[in-house]
Each structure stands twice: as structure tokens, then as C-alpha cells.
Write a protein that binds this ligand. Structure first.
Ligand SMILES: [Zn+2]
Length: 320
């Protein structure tokens, strides 16, 4: 073991494939970023990851460092025994595909595989907002809503590797809004970037004076709605209030079930923290038992886009 030793972490996102060499202290060294061949066959995804890892290895060896392990995170559930991916709507070709064995063949070495939101939770515990904490939930609010659960410092994967899907817990049995998981009323359809845009569109007619009317429907984004909320637009504020309430309902359930020390909220939508967090926190205080509700810190994530990469690296270092 040398001080210069590295692990190569890969974060396969729906849009970007991000790869980085990370040392034992969580410092990120070489980075490679390429588009994800999301609509192409699984073999193309394997080739893209292999090429990115090879480039990271080459750049490390140029300065005398060695890559000891490869660890990959994916936007889907991972079957630990077979290394297969499932529930991966953003990269359909990976559905049921045994990605870990395919990468091991291509790279000629063992490859760890994990769900991206689980990895983000580990990343935040190792190098982010949850440093020093052991029992945490991590929610990633992006296009969808990812979740990860760490109990006593260990990732809770469940019996089949599907645990932590906080985004697909039901928060509205009567809502009727369909989720891409086929259920209706999931947290994801009220707290994701996609949900914020939808809820805004639905409420536009009731707010004829809102400046959001001037934005082309196709160009409406959660960032633009957040900016309107900052300018005190009532429609935008109401959408983020509702989103915060739904988030708080889900979190209150987890506070009562798991008594976590901390809930970390990351992902692109967490940029709108100042217009939703107080509503989420108030809902937790209102609904959960006082002792766990007071104890649980609700904080914004710190690792940004690197949370998944850091979690992937943490998993690799755990076994090296
Ligand atoms: Zn769902």
C-alpha cells in the first residue's frame, strides 16, 4: 500500500459519465467526463466506462500512482449476487443487464457496483454534511428522487438490494399522479425537479399575474421557478411550500421508524433550500414524535455532484 494509491470511481448518470481517481482521504485527483450513451445498447455503456477507467489509469500511472480498484455507481437498483442492474428507467438498456460481470471481463479486474443514491449517502457521511454521523438518510432531489439509508455507518441494502427508495414511498393515496415506477402518489411526483415544473404548470391558471406566464411552457425549469420564488412570486412560493410539505410528510415517517441523527438533502433541487426547507422541517416537527424529531438535523448536502463518486470510492476503500 502506497500513499499515492488510488481507486477509480465511476458515476454513470442519465446524461454524463463521470470518472475520477480518488485517494484514501477522499481527495479527488484525475477526472474524466464523457456523455452517457444512454439510448445505446448495454455493450456501448460497457465500452464507454472501460475507456474512461483506462484513461484514469493511464493518467495515474504517468505520475507513478496506481489504481487499486474500480467502483461504479448506477441510476438503478443493483442485485448484489449477480451484479445485474434493474429499475433503471434513465438507461433502459441496462434493465436486467449483468453490468458488473461485463465490466470485470472488459477491465480484467473485480468491479464494485452500487446504486447512485446509496453511494451519495456514503459520500456525504465520508466527506460531506454527515461527517461524524452514523445513522442518516440521504435524499437526492433531481429529475427523480433518490434515497439512501445508513444505519450505524453501514449502508442498508435490504434483502434484495432495493432498500432506500425513499422517493417511491407513497405520500398521497388520493393524488392520482402517476410515477414512472407505476405507483401513484410517490414522493418523487411531488418533490423532484420534474414535479416542481408540473405543479407550477398545473397552478398557472390560478395565478394570472405570475411572471412565470412569460416563460415558454417547454422552457420552464425548476431553477426558473426557484428564481421566481426568490422574487416573491406567490405561485412559485406555493409550489415550493407544497413540495416541502410532501417532503416533510415522508421524512416524518422515517424519523419515527429509524430515529436518524440526520437527514441530508442534495441534488439540483436542493439549491432551492431557502424556499422549501422550513416547510419540510415544520412538517417533521408537527408529525413525528418529539424526541426523534428534535434530534434529527435536516441539512443540505455538501458534496454536490461528487457525492456518488465519493461514495463509490468509500466502498472500494472499505475492502482495500
Ligand atoms: Zn414511484
Amino acid at each position: 500500500m502506497q500513499e499515492s494509491d488510488l481507486v477509480c470511481a465511476v458515476d454513470l448518470g442519465g446524461t454524463n459519465l463521470r470518472t475520477a481517481n480518488i485517494d484514501r482521504d477522499g481527495r479527488i485527483h484525475e477526472r474524466v467526463r464523457t456523455p452517457t450513451p444512454g439510448s445505446k445498447p448495454a455493450a456501448d455503456v460497457v465500452s464507454a466506462i472501460t475507456a474512461a477507467v483506462r484513461e484514469c489509469e493511464a493518467r495515474a500511472s504517468k505520475r507513478g500512482a496506481a489504481v487499486l480498484a474500480v467502483s461504479v455507481v448506477v441510476p438503478g437498483s443493483v442485485q448484489v449476487e449477480t451484479g445485474a442492474v434493474f429499475n433503471a428507467p434513465n438507461i433502459p438498456s441496462l434493465q436486467g443487464y449483468e453490468l458488473a460481470p461485463a465490466l470485470e471481463t472488459a477491465l480484467g479486474r473485480p468491479v464494485l457496483l452500487e446504486n447512485d443514491a446509496n453511494a451519495a449517502a456514503l459520500g456525504e457521511m465520508w466527506r460531506g454534511a454527515a461527517r461524524g454521523h452514523q445513522t442518516i438518510l440521504c435524499l437526492t432531489l433531481g429529475t427523480g428522487v433518490g434515497g439512501g439509508i445508513l444505519l450505524d455507518g453501514k449502508l442498508w441494502r435490504g434483502a434484495d438490494g432495493t432498500a432506500g427508495e425513499i422517493g417511491h414511498t407513497s405520500v398521497d393515496p388520493f393524488g392520482g399522479v402517476k410515477c414512472k415506477c407505476c405507483n401513484r402518489g410517490c414522493l418523487e411526483v411531488y418533490a423532484s425537479a420534474t414535479a416542481i415544473v408540473r405543479m407550477t404548470r398545473e397552478a398557472l391558471a390560478q395565478h394570472p399575474g405570475s411572471p412565470l406566464h412569460s416563460i415558454n411552457a417547454a422552457e420552464l425549469t425548476s431553477e426558473k421557478i426557484f428564481r421566481a420564488a426568490i422574487e416573491c412570486d406567490e405561485l412559485a412560493l406555493e409550489v415550493f411550500r407544497k413540495m416541502g410539505v410532501y417532503l416533510g410528510v415522508a421524512m416524518a415517517n422515517f424519523v419515527n421508524i429509524l430515529n436518524p441523527e440526520m437527514i441530508v438533502i442534495g441534488g439540483g433541487v436542493s439549491a432551492a433550500w431557502e424556499v422549501f426547507a422550513q416547510h419540510a422541517r415544520a412538517e417533521v416537527i408537527k408529525r413525528a414524535f418529539p424526541v426523534p424529531a428534535q434530534r434529527c438535523k435536516i441539512v443540505r448536502a455538501e458534496c454536490r455532484d461528487d457525492a456518488g463518486l465519493l461514495g463509490a470510492a468509500w466502498l472500494a476503500w472499505e475492502v482495500h
